[in-house]
Design a protein around this ligand. Structure first.
Ligand code: GMT
Length: 377
């Protein structure tokens, strides 16, 4: 198949999933065309089957806001026509689904019929999408997509709850590709550099947005460090980082908390970590938790959204109510203080991650693509 993938190129989960999906499809022999405004961060390999088309928005003094969606639409029309794509798969509804819809109509006027699939990722539904400034467009384009997938049962339910949807939504969960994890070896020196005295290492990875409640991560850490020697690694960057660093100073915890910024190969950091903390207020899936589990790291998380579909309470980690930092700290201590229990959870976390192995999930997308190509649109 000749597939166009539209995604955000940044570190966000939707862009990572879209890129890994495209890479895996290319590996299986499909031709994959990525269309975005920058080369996706995880698009680190090129092969004869991978193509990248950049959407360039030129500055024009009339515009305070550049019309990205229109430029993307024109790019889609161009790439579909000249690369003879079979289908478009857009990740994150805003504004990719409406751009694909418009491109589809323009192409139809030229006698080219192409289906598009919209994959809903989370905040496009739970935060932004339901906002009145987006809602009519999102409702319309979800209903008009040729297929819609959601990354968890929870997100599917949220979509039906927030929008007037008159069609099926298929759940195809996020997945993990274990290749990069298998390559990691000799981590002792790295671990020692962060935990020179054998301290336990806690880790958090996110975009430091309010929805992640990163202050809770620091509060949990502050409770734990009063009981056992421990360090905290903060991976990622975003709008709340500065205030979180201020909280670390207020708590006199700067020596024990290291902000690593945007790390490309998070697997290396995860591989030296003991516990992953995910304190989100809302999370459609929690790809970061799955990545931790793939590195054999148990997860201490909230029980919101799709997280319980990924992190199993009492098996791969523990779940608590949003904001209950005492409970999350207690759960973390339970694991950190009991070596045998901790080892069992490490094993369970890895096993649970295997249920999301890309080899199990990729065929679901391929089947969906094939079924669409058989239909006349
Ligand atoms: O977490 C974010 O805000 C980034 C966002 C994205 O689309 O880049 O992540 C969402 O999609 C991920 C991949 O499907 C999911 O694993 C995240 O749970 C989801 N984030 C939220 O729902 C907050």
């Amino acid at each position: 198949m000749n597939i166009g993938i539209v995604c955000y190129p940044t570190f966000g989960g939707s862009g990572v999933v879209a890129t890994e999906l495209g890479k895996a499809l290319a590996f299986k022999g499909h031709k994959v065309h990525f269309i975005s405004y920058q080369q996706p961060v995880k698009l680190d390999l090129f092969s004869e089957n991978i193509f990248y088309h950049e959407v360039k928005v030129s500055e024009y003094p009339l515009f305070d806001y550049q019309p990205y969606e229109l430029v993307l639409t024109s790019k889609l029309v161009d790439v579909v026509r000249f690369e003879k794509l079979d289908l478009l798969h857009v990740h994150y509804a805003i504004p990719h689904a409406s751009a694909a819809y418009m491109a589809q109509k323009i192409l139809a006027s030229k006698g080219i019929n192409i289906p598009f699939i919209t994959t809903l990722h989370g905040t496009d539904i739970t935060l932004l999408g339901k906002d009145a400034s987006f809602e009519p467009v999102i409702t319309f384009t979800i209903n008009e997509s040729n297929a819609v997938t959601a990354v968890s049962e929870s997100l599917k339910k949220d979509t039906y709850r927030h929008f007037r949807i008159n069609r099926d939504i298929e759940v195809i969960p996020n997945f993990i590709c274990f290749n990069e994890y298998k390559k990691i070896k000799n981590t002792e020196a790295l671990k020692k550099s962060f935990a020179p005295n054998g301290e336990k290492l806690l880790v958090h990875v996110s975009n430091f947005r309010p929805v992640k409640r990163v202050f809770d991560v620091v509060k949990i850490f502050d409770i734990i460090r009063k009981q056992i020697p421990v360090k905290l690694l903060m991976v990622g960057d975003g709008p709340e980082r500065h205030s979180i660093e201020e909280l670390c100073r207020e708590l006199n915890a700067c020596d024990s908390i290291k902000f690593l910024g945007k790390v490309r190969d998070t697997e290396r950091i995860l591989s030296i970590s003991d516990l992953f903390l995910l304190t989100s207020e809302s999370e459609s899936f929690g790809l970061a938790a799955l990545e931790a589990m793939a590195a054999k790291v148990p997860v201490i998380s909230t029980n919101t959204g799709g997280i319980p579909e990924v992190n199993i309470h009492g098996v791969s980690g523990f779940l608590s109510n949003v904001g209950d930092v005492d409970d999350m700290a207690k759960n973390a201590l339970t694991l950190l203080k009991d070596e045998n229990l901790f080892k069992k959870f490490q094993k369970n976390a890895f096993q649970q991650a295997q249920t999301f192995n890309i080899f199990k999930v990729l065929p679901k997308y391929e089947e969906l693509y094939e079924s669409l190509l058989k239909q006349k649109i």
